[in-house]
Design a protein around this ligand. Structure first.
Ligand code: ATP
Ligand code: MG
Length: 705
C-alpha cells in the first residue's frame, strides 16, 4: 500500500517526510537528523481522531484481494486528505482503521476543534464517495478524544512508529467502537473545548471495558460557526476607551479629509481584536459610514483573496447560497450601478475571477486584476465613507497582503479606512508590513488592566459565584493575565466545577499558549522550556548549566525578550547573574508541562546545583533549593534544605512558614525512618503552637491599642 513507503527522514520539527538524500527539511528548512537541542519527548495536550469501517473485515473475506484494495485505496486517500487539510497527522492505518493526531508535533491552539471538524469532513466525504460509486457502500464510525499524552517528536508515523502514548488514545479507540454508524462520538475534554463551535447531542455515558468509571460522551452533528471564528460573547465591553478614541480620531480624518489610511490592530489571540473591530464598526455606522468585513482562514479552502471576496460580496448583496449565475448577475448590476462607465463590464469580469465566480477566464498579470479592484473600491468609497475590515491577516495569503498594501498606497483623496486585525506572527512573516505607506497606524492591543480584568471577571462570574466571590474574581483575573478570552474560559470552567473541586487550566487556554511556543524557532523554544524549570523567576547561570550551546545564550535570551515572552530584571537576587522573569506565569506553566518527568528531574537538579553554588543557602534560597532538590528526585538533600528553611523561618518568627516547611520535610521522610520523623513532628508541633501564640500575641497587641 502506498502509505507504507520506503524509510524516509522525517523532520523532527514539523513532521514532514523528506527524501533520503535530504539534509534539510523540504517544508520548514530545519536541518535533518542533527536537532539534538530539542527534547525528543514531550507531554502534550492532543486530540486523537479514530475512523473505522463497520463490518469490513467480514466483507473483505468474501472479496478478491484486488477488490479489497480498490475499495480501501480511495477510502484511505480521502480520509488522509481530509485529516491533513485540517493540520492533523495520520499516525497509522491499522487494517481499515485510521488513527490520527491533532496538536502534535505542532499545536495550532484550536486542535480539538480541528479534529472534530476533520471528523465531520471525513463523514461527509465518505458519504460522497458512496454516492459516487454504489459498490463501495462504506459505513464508518468515528471518535475524537482529547487529553494529555506522551509524544515522541522524533517518531516517524509513516514508518509505523508510534508518536503518541497515553490513556487518551485507548479511550478514543473505545469511544470509536461505541459510535453510531456514520456518526461521530467525542469525549468530555473534546466536548468542553469545542462546544462553542460545534453542535452536539447528548448521549448516555458509556461503560467502557477496563475503566472503573463511566465515560461521558456526546455526538457531534455539525459545525456551528465558520472555521477559525469564535462566537463573540455579549458581555459588556470593558476598557478599550483609549483605543476606541484613537480609532475615532483616525476615522474623522479619513472621512473629513478624505485620507485613505491603513490601521493594523496587533495583539495576542483572545485579547479582543475582533471585539474592538466590531465596536468600532458600530461607531463608524453611527457616523454615517459603512463597514464590511472579511476574514482569512487558518486552514483549508481559504482562497487567496477570500477575505476581500467576502467584502465585495457584501457590497453586491451576494450570498454564499446564490448560484453562480445569480452571483454573477448581482456582481454586474452592482458594478454597473456604482461605476456607470463602459469599463464596468471589464471590472466586473475581473472581480468575478477574484470571487471564484468565473473559473474559466484569466488575466495576463496581477496588476490588471489589482487595477480593477482599485477602480471598484474607489467607486465604493466615493459613494459613502467606507471601512474594509480584514480579520486575521496573520493567516492571509501573500497576495491578499499585497493587495491591502497596494490599496493603501495607491488610493488617493477618498474616505476609506482599511482595518487589518492580526496576531503578532504577522510581523514575523512580514516584518515590513505597512512600511512606506503615506498613512499607516499600528495599534498594539495589550491585555486588560488589572482593574478591568477584575471588572470583566466579576461580570462573568455574576450570580454563579457565592461568598468567596471577591477572592475568586481576583484569582481569576490574575490567572488569566488580563486576556479577556482566558477570563471567559476560566469563568465558564469555574461556573461548572463542583464546589471545592480543583479546576484545571482549560484545554483551550493551554492550547493557545502551546501553539505560541510551537511557533518559536526550536532553539528559543528549547531554552524557554529549560527556563520554565527555574520558575517564574530564573537566572542565566542556571541555563548555562543546561544548554549545550552557551555561546548563543545571550542571543537567544535577547530574542525571547524581543518577543515579550520574558523580561530581564534590572536587579538580581544573585550577585553577578542576570535575573529574568516570565512575562506571564501561564507561559511558564505551559512550557513546564511540556517536559516529560525525566526531563524535569534532570533540569531541577541543574537548577539546584546552580543555586547551591550561587547562594548562601539560607531563608528563601533554602526553600527554593529544597523544592528543586525534591523535584529532582533527591529527597535526602531536599529534606535537609526544608529543615534549614524551617529553622530560619522560626528564628525570624515566621512560624506559619516554618510549619509549612516542616510539613514538606515530613512528607519526604520515609515511613520507616521513625527517629527522624518523630524529631520533625516534635519541631512541627512546637512551631505550630508558636504560630498560634504569635497570632494571640498579635491580637493582644491590637486589643491594647
Ligand atoms: N474589552 C472587552 N470587554 C469585554 N469582553 C471582551 C473584551 N475584549 C474581548 N472580549 C471578549 O473576549 C473574547 C475574545 O475576544 P476576540 O475574539 O475579540 O479576540 P481576538 O483578539 O480577536 O482573538 P483571535 O486572535 O483569536 O482572533 C470575545 O468573546 C470578546 O467578546
Ligand atoms: Mg479575532
Amino acid at each position: 500500500m502506498s502509505s507504507y513507503s520506503l524509510p524516509v527522514p522525517v523532520c523532527a520539527i514539523c513532521g514532514q517526510d523528506n527524501p533520503d538524500v535530504a539534509r534539510f527539511c523540504l517544508a520548514c528548512g530545519a536541518a535533518l537528523g542533527v536537532d539534538e537541542a530539542a527534547p525528543q519527548e514531550e507531554r502534550r495536550f492532543i486530540s486523537v481522531l479514530f475512523v473505522d469501517l463497520v463490518g469490513f473485515t467480514a466483507r473483505a473475506e468474501r472479496l478478491d484481494p484486488e477488490d479489497v484494495r480498490a475499495i480501501l485505496t480511495p477510502y484511505h486517500e480521502t480520509v488522509r486528505r481530509e485529516i491533513e487539510s485540517f493540520g492533523g497527522v495520520v499516525e497509522k492505518f491499522v487494517g481499515d482503521a485510521v488513527m490520527s493526531v491533532f496538536g502534535a508535533p505542532t499545536a495550532y491552539g484550536d486542535d480539538a476543534e480541528r479534529a472534530v471538524r476533520a471528523a465531520l469532513a471525513v463523514r461527509d466525504s465518505v458519504r460522497e464517495l458512496n454516492d459516487g460509486d454504489a459498490r463501495l457502500d462504506l459505513q464508518i464510525r468515528i471518535a475524537v478524544n482529547t487529553g494529555e499524552a506522551l509524544v515522541s517528536l522524533g517518531a516517524r508515523p509513516s514508518m509505523g512508529e508510534s508518536m503518541v502514548a497515553g490513556d487518551v488514545v485507548n479511550t478514543a479507540s473505545r469511544l470509536q467502537q461505541a459510535a453510531p454508524v456514520n456518526g461521530i462520538i467525542v469525549g468530555e475534554e473534546t466536548y468542553a473545548s469545542t462546544r462553542g463551535a460545534i453542535q452536539y447531542e447528548a448521549m448516555p455515558p458509556l461503560e467502557v471495558k477496563g475503566k472503573a468509571a463511566v465515560v461521558p460522551a456526546w455526538i457531534a452533528t455539525a459545525a456551528l460557526v465558520a472555521a477559525g471564528e469564535r462566537t463573540i460573547s455579549h458581555a459588556p465591553l470593558v476598557g478599550r476607551g483609549r483605543e476606541l478614541g484613537v480609532l475615532h480620531g483616525i476615522w474623522e480624518r479619513v472621512a473629513d479629509e478624505r485620507t485613505p489610511t491603513l490601521v493594523t490592530i496587533i495583539g495576542e489571540p483572545g485579547v479582543g481584536k475582533t471585539r474592538l473591530g466590531i465596536e468600532f464598526g458600530r461607531v463608524v455606522g453611527e457616523l454615517g459610514g459603512r463597514s464590511v468585513r472579511g476574514r482569512s482562514l487558518p486552514y483549508r479552502d481559504s482562497s487567496a483573496y477570500g477575505a476581500f471576496a467576502a467584502q465585495v460580496k457584501q457590497f453586491c448583496g451576494i450570498f454564499e447560497s446564490d448560484s453562480i449565475e445569480v452571483g454573477l448577475q448581482k456582481l454586474r448590476d452592482a458594478v454597473t450601478q456604482l461605476l456607470g462607465t463602459p469599463e464596468s463590464e471589464e471590472v466586473a469580469g475581473h472581480l468575478a475571477i477574484l470571487l471564484g465566480l468565473d473559473r474559466e477566464a484569466s488575466v495576463a498579470d496581477r496588476e490588471t486584476l489589482f487595477f480593477s479592484v482599485r477602480v471598484f473600491i474607489e467607486a465604493v468609497a466615493r459613494d459613502r465613507p467606507t471601512m474594509l475590515v480584514f480579520e486575521d491577516v496573520h493567516w492571509a495569503d501573500r497576495s491578499l497582503l499585497d493587495l491591502v498594501e497596494l490599496l493603501a498606497a495607491r488610493l488617493r483623496d477618498l474616505p476609506i479606512l482599511l482595518l487589518a486585525l492580526a496576531r503578532p506572527e504577522l510581523l514575523d512573516a512580514r516584518p515590513g508590513w505597512g512600511g512606506g505607506l503615506p498613512a499607516y497606524t499600528a495599534l498594539p492591543l495589550d491585555q486588560l488592566k488589572e482593574s478591568e480584568a477584575r471588572e470583566l471577571a466579576a461580570q462573568l462570574l455574576g450570580s454563579s459565584a457565592d461568598d468567596g466571590r471577591a477572592d475568586q474574581v481576583a484569582l481569576l483575573a490574575e490567572t488569566a493575565e488580563g486576556n479577556p478570552l482566558f477570563i471567559e474560559q476560566l469563568a465558564a470552567t469555574l461556573a461548572e466545577a463542583a464546589p471545592g473541586q480543583d479546576t484545571q487550566l482549560p484545554t483551550t487556554i493551554r492550547g493557545i499558549v502551546a501553539a505560541r511556543l510551537d511557533a518559536l524557532p526550536p532553539a528559543e523554544r528549547a531554552l524557554l522550556l529549560d527556563a520554565a524549570v527555574g520558575g517564574k523567576v530564573f537566572w542565566r547561570g542556571a541555563l548555562e548549566r543546561m544548554t549545550d550551546d552557551p555561546e548563543n545564550l545571550s542571543e537567544l535570551l535577547g530574542a525571547l525578550e524581543g518577543r515579550d515572552l520574558i523580561r530581564r530584571q534590572s536587579v538580581s537576587a544573585i550577585e553577578g547573574d542576570q535575573q529574568f522573569i516570565f512575562k506571564h506565569v501561564l507561559i511558564r506553566d505551559v512550557a513546564y508541562d511540556l517536559l516529560p518527568r525525566a526531563g524535569r528531574r534532570e533540569r531541577h537538579a541543574e537548577v539546584a546545583a546552580f543555586l547551591e553554588e550561587a547562594t548562601s543557602e539560607t531563608g528563601e534560597a533554602a526553600a527554593a533549593l529544597a523544592r528543586h532538590w525534591r523535584d529532582a528526585g533527591e529527597s535526602g538533600r531536599a529534606i535537609e534544605r526544608f529543615l534549614t528553611a524551617a529553622e530560619e523561618a522560626e528564628r525570624g518568627w515566621a512560624k506559619d512558614r516554618a510549619v509549612a516547611f516542616y510539613r514538606e520535610a515530613l512528607e519526604l521522610l520515609p515511613e520507616d525512618d521513625a527517629d527522624r520523623r518523630n524529631a520533625v513532628k516534635r519541631r512541627l508541633a512546637i512551631a505550630h503552637t508558636a504560630a498560634y501564640h504569635a497570632l494571640d500575641a498579635r491580637l493582644l497587641q491590637l486589643d491594647d491599642e
